[in-house]
Design a protein. Structure first.
Ligand SMILES: *[C@@H]1O[C@H](CO)[C@@H](O)[C@H](O)[C@H]1NC(C)=O
Ligand SMILES: *[C@@H]1O[C@H](CO)[C@@H](O)[C@H](O)[C@H]1NC(C)=O
Ligand SMILES: *[C@@H]1O[C@H](CO)[C@@H](O)[C@H](O)[C@H]1NC(C)=O
Ligand SMILES: *[C@@H]1O[C@H](CO)[C@@H](O)[C@H](O)[C@H]1NC(C)=O
Length: 730
């Protein structure tokens, strides 16, 4: 993206924002002063909120080195007074000018200049400071503080408002060091009765103007009204204009900042979320940013082959994608190798770290991220865990367009509340449920959310890896798990973690029941991951068949419709061949056919491969509904005693003599292709002298079992034919 067009977009946005915002015109009598040496994400949020309400803001100290100490409010902060004092010289004579001085890294505006000025005038003082529940930095000064009847007793220097001339008097005597405490300086001025009266200073005890969140979290709730959101202080029933996430309350400010000062309707979500939208649409493919996709297979994971298929379908030029694959599972070696061998060369580059490299989870993630960091060409790092089902092929583009340093698409377990973000942290840094968590997961609140934790899939800008996330070990921190360490390290850098649910992106697989004891373990996932099972194994035209389309009637009362994908057919056959204990066609199987004749087949039963629960579920979910459509008035429970795969071979058992089935109805699914895998085969219904000679792979026959549909299996003359047969409602 050429920088200039990006800037233009941002400027356009700001212009548009002003029109959106609450205030009609800038008030010439009000100026906002703040100190920010860096344009942090917090600062940009402050500036956006100021622009939203049309405040006139002047930033002091940008680009200057900060000498005010690490934790600038507890100790240090003197630099801010120095900068304020020198800025005020220009305004000292302006009688009418009101100046708001505020922090900006952790502050947002909740309302506009008109309300601010009105409340300031109502305070009946020339200078109004914010108030605090807690006294600092010197607790011994408590006795000197005037008593108050209601509200917070102590001064907070993070925000104050006053006439320019009086503010100038306030700081005129400052001669301290940049590293001295501003909080202590202003406290001492206030506690000096003479100065307090002369400068005419009061505190905003009831948080009408300033809401400091430290020590006040229980008092503050979001209040939604007429598309506007405010933070209401329940203790004083006030709606502050300036909200400050001071001390350890930064995450709470992030939470409030998700709603304030935006305008909201819950149907359409946030109306001004596209803050710095960046469009890729106009860019030619060969200049799209280079993205390194890190893929993490950290545990046995179902549906890995579909994962790679989706990766290939991502709408992004492969020549602009580098791949890093960290696979810790022996079990998945073949799938990873197959993908890399068949498609690796389509990508800009591919690097695989396999189970033999013995690289553990956090180290693998560090490696992936570092590959992007070390490569100046790498503009984005996109980390995707194998259990993420990213169904939206535009996911990567959408995330890039949001133009954030760190952003995740919301994915959750289907029908569950389990997702890849946390809305809040507990005191010890673990999961806590935010008030809006469920609404966000379930899509009742839509937007771009600043949250304390994301995982599983996220996009990071390469530039931030090279400027701020420079520590090569990003996924360790004390005893924290890799994902928590990652988020902790980002928060420590003052960088916001965003999650977006403005589009549908996909979901996360459930891994708990995945077992690796079979050849094709995905077949057993019908209970744990039913949607993914359906997508992999149920024929794409099954839904049409269910609506009565595409159902054929090759013989009287014999229905024929698509049910299985090729993958389902192939895996079932391979699973049976892998198991290998085909019945020999002897007496053991005569019981299965019941009826009038002993007609044994060469077969393996579903229960022999421990697949009967899953098969039953398949019959219930996919066969029962269609049965009830095609044979109206008949309600099946899809009970079965007999379900098996039959093998026909010229030199083994080529055909089956005429017989009835021990069922009310039977399904017979063709598992391979006539003319290619075998020749001959098919089924003949004697009563009607009617044959189906070219069974279609993945299609099933469904016909009554007893009485009318006496039938035979026609001879397979070449190759091997497989069918899956179930006798239902015996
Ligand atoms: C402080 O300022 C207010 C508002 O201008 C005024 O009403 C009040 O009399 C002043 N108090 C003192 C002690 O000067
Ligand atoms: C914001 O984004 C949404 C969804 O991408 C879009 O429909 C809307 O027009 C955008 N609004 C602005 C102001 O760009
Ligand atoms: C599904 O039906 C459509 C329309 O009849 C057909 O074009 C398509 O090939 C079918 N899909 C498969 C997998 O057979
Ligand atoms: C059965 O059908 C075949 C052709 O489909 C025909 O040649 C044969 O005569 C029929 N047999 C009877 C008994 O109707």
């Amino acid at each position: 993206m050429p920088l200039r067009s990006q800037m233009l977009l941002i400027l356009l946005f700001f212009a548009a924002q002003g029109a959106h915002g609450g205030a009609k015109r800038q008030d010439d009598n009000l100026l906002v002063l703040t100190v920010a040496t860096k344009e942090t994400e917090g600062f940009k949020r402050f500036r956006r909120s100021a622009q939203f309400f049309n405040y006139n803001v002047k930033v002091l100290g940008l680009g200057e080195e900060w000498h005010g100490g690490e934790n600038k409010r507890m100790t240090g902060g003197g630099q801010k007074i120095r900068l304020l004092k020198s800025a005020l010289e220009e305004y000292a004579e302006k009688e009418d000018l009101v100046i708001l001085f505020t922090e900006s890294y952790d502050v947002i505006f909740a309302s506009g200049p008109a309300e601010l000025l009105k409340k300031f005038r109502q305070a009946k003082a020339k200078v109004v400071f914010s108030s605090e529940t807690l006294i600092y930095p010197d607790r011994r000064l408590e006795a000197k503080y005037p008593q108050v009847q209601e509200g917070k007793r102590f001064l907070g220097s993070g925000g104050f408002i006053g006439y320019a001339s009086h503010l100038y008097k306030l700081v005129a005597d400052w001669e301290g060091l940049d590293s001295d405490s501003d909080q202590l300086f202003y406290t001492k001025v206030f506690l000096d009765p003479e100065k307090r009266t002369n400068i005419n200073i009061t505190l905003d005890h009831r948080c009408r103007i300033f809401q400091n969140l430290n020590g006040a979290l229980d008092e503050v709730v979001l209040k939604f009204e007429n598309g506007r959101v405010r933070a209401r202080n329940l203790a004083f029933d006030t709606l502050a204009v300036v909200i400050h996430g001071n001390g350890p309350t930064k995450l709470q400010l992030n939470y409030l900042g998700n709603y304030i000062p935006r305008t909201w309707t819950f149907e359409t979500g946030c109306t001004v979320c596209n803050e710095s939208l960046k469009s890729l649409a106009d860019l030619k493919e060969d200049v799209l940013p280079v993205v390194l996709i890190g893929i993490f297979v950290e545990q046995p994971t179902p549906f890995l082959t579909p994962f790679f298929q989706r990766l290939r379908k991502l709408r992004y030029p492969k020549k602009r994608i580098q791949l890093f694959i960290h696979n810790r599972e022996e079990h998945h070696l073949d799938q990873v190798e197959e993908f890399v061998n068949e498609h690796g060369q389509e990508y800009r580059s591919v690097k695989v770290v396999g189970p033999d490299d013995h690289v553990e989870n956090a180290d693998g993630r560090n490696m992936g991220m570092d590959l992007c960091r070390q490569d100046p060409v790498c503009e984005y790092y996109f980390s995707v865990d194998a259990e993420v089902v990213l169904k939206n092929p535009d996911a990567l583009r959408i995330l890039i367009e949001q133009n954030k340093f760190v952003i995740a698409p919301l994915v959750s377990r289907l029908g569950k509340l389990w997702s890849n973000f946390w809305g809040a942290l507990s005191a010890d840094g673990y999961y806590a449920r935010s008030e809006d968590y469920v609404d966000i997961v379930q899509g009742r609140r839509i937007g771009l959310w600043n949250v304390p934790y994301i995982s599983s899939v996220y996009l990071i800008k390469g530039s931030i890896l090279r400027s701020q996330f420079t520590q090569t070990d990003f996924f360790h921190s004390g005893k924290l798990d890799a994902d928590m360490a990652f988020c902790h390290n980002i928060r420590e850098q003052g960088i916001f973690l965003f999650v977006t649910n403005q589009q549908q992106f996909g979901h996360i697989l459930s891994l708990e029941t995945y077992q690796t004891s079979h050849l094709h373990n995905d077949l057993w996932q019908i209970f744990s991951n039913p949607e993914d099972w359906k997508e992999k194994y149920i024929h794409e035209n099954y839904t049409a068949a269910l609506k009565g389309k595409l159902v054929e009637t090759p013989c009287p009362d014999v229905y024929w419709f698509p049910i299985f994908t090729n993958a389902a057919c192939d895996e079932l056959v391979e699973e049976m061949e892998n198991f290998g204990q085909w019945s020999k066609g002897g007496n053991t199987d005569t019981r299965i056919l019941g009826g009038y004749e002993n007609v044994p087949t060469i077969d393996i039963h579903m229960n022999q491969i421990n697949f009967e629960r899953e098969w039953y579920k398949f019959l219930l979910e996919y066969i029962a509904p269609i049965t009830e459509k095609l044979y109206p008035g008949y309600y099946t429970k899809t009970q079965f005693e007999l379900a098996f795969v039959v093998r026909y071979k010229p030199d083994e058992q080529p055909s089956l003599m005429p017989h009835h089935d021990a069922s009310t109805f039977t399904i017979n699914i063709a598992l391979n292709r006539v003319g290619i895998d075998y020749e001959g085969g098919g089924c003949r219904f004697l009563r009607y002298n009617c044959s189906i000679r070219a069974p279609r792979k993945g299609w099933t026959l469904m016909h009554p079992g007893r009485l009318t549909h006496y039938h035979e299996g026609l001879p397979t003359t070449k190759g091997t034919r497989y069918i899956a047969v179930s006798f239902l409602d015996p």
